[in-house]
Design a protein around this ligand. Structure first.
Ligand code: FAD
Length: 313
């Protein structure tokens, strides 16, 4: 496999659990990849809401909800509000969530509506370490290496099957995909004044806005700059994020900044989860999860394992 982000580790887990011997090569470990920048709340964001995506989101919801029972995982179930400021509200995602209800008007911005629900929240610093440990506990070996192409990987590794789960760089590795693109996201993490409820406000007139309280901080975002490869934090963008989140959640005013980050979501015109022809051994692609890599991780990992299993029978 190529890739040790949340998607690669989840796929490795499901393959190892179904009896495969799995090796991962990855340029960087998950905390130093895009997976380490995420908020990471369960929500199918920056990804199409096709039936396959919503099925994967539902499978992942259930798996993460189970994991929330184990404090070592860093997964929690948290209540919050999905705000909308448009007449036609996309509620397709609600079918992947056990229970939702309309938010009362109190505290909502003028003209906005809201859906209240409980979803898994992943504390990435704990979860990615737990996932890596669990995966290596299943016998998966992880080696640091960077490759320019799938051909190079196949020349250097005698694996029977190769899975490419390299996030945004997957398209370049495979060389047959021109519908992948970065979606730049910037966040600023503030000290948590005691918040537990999250809120997302995609239609905020100032730009994508969200507040995701975690145990030790509050992740405040964001941006969704399609096509931008800029991984540097922009202070003007941060100031604008702080203005918007403080307007939405006044308790955040004056909270100290703990850290800041920018990352490139692996955008694509549809998640790519399929066998890729044209190589001397079977190659599978699993990438293009946009702002939903955590949200789709377990569902898509199970689908990759099923695809590979079906090809072997
Ligand atoms: C600001 C921000 C907020 C987000 N919030 C959320 C959220 O709330 N919920 C959610 O579900 N998602 C969220 N996301 C999206 C989520 O982070 C991504 O969808 C997810 O991390 C993608 O995981 P991945 O494993 O595919 O890729 P990555 O995490 O990028 O991992 C890629 C792996 O492949 C390896 N690799 C890449 N190229 C090569 C190469 N050439 N050779 C060898 N190895 C290679 C890397 O080193 C790494 O190990 C957010 C993203 C951002 C930027």
């Amino acid at each position: 496999m190529v890739g040790a982000g949340v998607v690669g580790l989840s796929v490795a887990h499901e393959l190892a659990r179904s009896g495969h011997e799995v090796r991962i090569v990855a340029a960087r470990e998950a905390p130093d990849s895009v997976s380490g920048v995420a908020a990471a709340i369960w929500f199918p964001h920056d990804v199409d809401h096709s039936p396959a995506v919503l099925d994967s989101a539902a499978v992942t919801y259930r798996r993460l909800a189970e994991l929330a029972g184990d404090p070592r995982t860093g997964v929690h179930l948290r209540r919050g509000t999905v705000l909308s400021r448009r007449a036609e509200v996309d509620t397709s995602w609600t079918r992947a969530v056990p229970h939702t209800e309309p938010a009362g008007p109190d505290g909502l911005p003028a003209g906005a509506s809201g859906i209240r629900c409980t979803v898994p929240l992943v504390e990435t610093s704990t979860y990615l370490g737990w996932l890596r440990e669990t995966v290596t506990g299943l016998g998966v070996r992880i080696r640091a290496a960077e490759f320019a192409s799938v051909g190079d990987v196949l020349r250097q590794d005698d694996a029977d099957v190769l899975v490419v789960a390299a996030g945004l760089r997957s398209a370049a590795l495979l060389g047959d995909d021109d519908v992948s693109f970065p979606i730049r996201g910037q966040v600023v993490r503030l000290a948590n004044p005691g918040l537990t409820d999250w809120i997302t406000d995609d239609d905020n007139p100032g730009g994508l806005t969200y507040v995701v309280p975690r145990r030790d901080d509050v992740v405040c975002g964001g941006t969704g700059d399609v096509g931008s490869w800029d991984e540097q934090v922009d202070p003007d963008v941060e100031a604008a994020i702080l203005r918007r989140v403080t307007e939405l959640v006044p308790q955040l005013a004056g909270q100290p900044v703990l850290s800041r980050a920018a990352g490139l979501r692996p955008g694509r015109a549809g998640v790519r989860l399929e066998a890729v022809a044209g190589h001397d051994r079977p190659v599978y692609a699993c990438y293009g999860h946009g702002g939903a890599g955590f949200t789709l991780s377990w569902g898509d990992a199970a689908r990759v394992a099923a695809l590979i299993g079906a090809s072997e029978t």
